[in-house]
Design a protein around this ligand. Structure first.
Ligand SMILES: Nc1nc2c(c(=O)[nH]1)N=C([C@H](O)[C@H](O)COP(=O)(O)OP(=O)(O)OP(=O)(O)O)CN2
Ligand SMILES: [Zn+2]
Length: 126
């Protein structure tokens, strides 16, 4: 099994609903998004997937979220904007881009700060 991984950061605001103490008030994070794809076979060019192409896709998603209130972003609005929800948002968007690439799985890990993250790891559709 091979893996390639890229990462990007963005700044965003949000508030949580529930038993989250001060985090129920609007506050911000410097989010770091790590994206890893995995697969069994390398292409003829010796790569699993072009790091540059994956990096551009992740950079584009980070730019969409940069300096936004996540609670107002289409696709997140109406949800509790946990790191898990942000990981889902990024996962679903990238899975569409990666469909048919031959990759077997995609992991999106979202760090809210250097010590805490949530991740979604799932197989990519055929
Ligand atoms: N499973 C999850 N738990 C929590 C999430 C989350 O996304 N998934 N998010 C939060 C809040 O966003 C919160 O801002 C982070 O809170 P916490 O880690 O407790 O506090 P910080 O490290 O940001 O700041 P402190 O100064 O250390 O309180 C909570 N839980
Ligand atoms: Zn928060």
């Amino acid at each position: 099994m091979y893996e390639v991984l890229v990462a990007e950061s963005f700044e965003a605001a949000h508030r949580l609903v529930g038993d989250f103490g001060p985090a129920t008030r609007v506050h911000g994070h410097t989010y770091r998004v790590e994206v890893a794809v995995r697969g069994e076979r390398l292409g003829d060019d010796g790569t699993l997937y072009d790091l540059g192409k994956l990096g551009e896709n992740v950079k584009g998603l980070a730019a969409e979220l940069h300096y936004r209130n996540l609670d107002e972003v289409e696709g997140l609005a109406g949800k509790n904007t946990t790191a898990e929800a942000v990981a889902d948002f990024v996962w679903e968007r990238l899975a569409k881009t990666l469909a048919g690439s031959g990759l077997s799985s995609l992991t999106v890990r979202v760090w809210e700060n250097p010590n805490a993250c949530a991740a979604r790891e799932d197989r990519l559709p055929g």
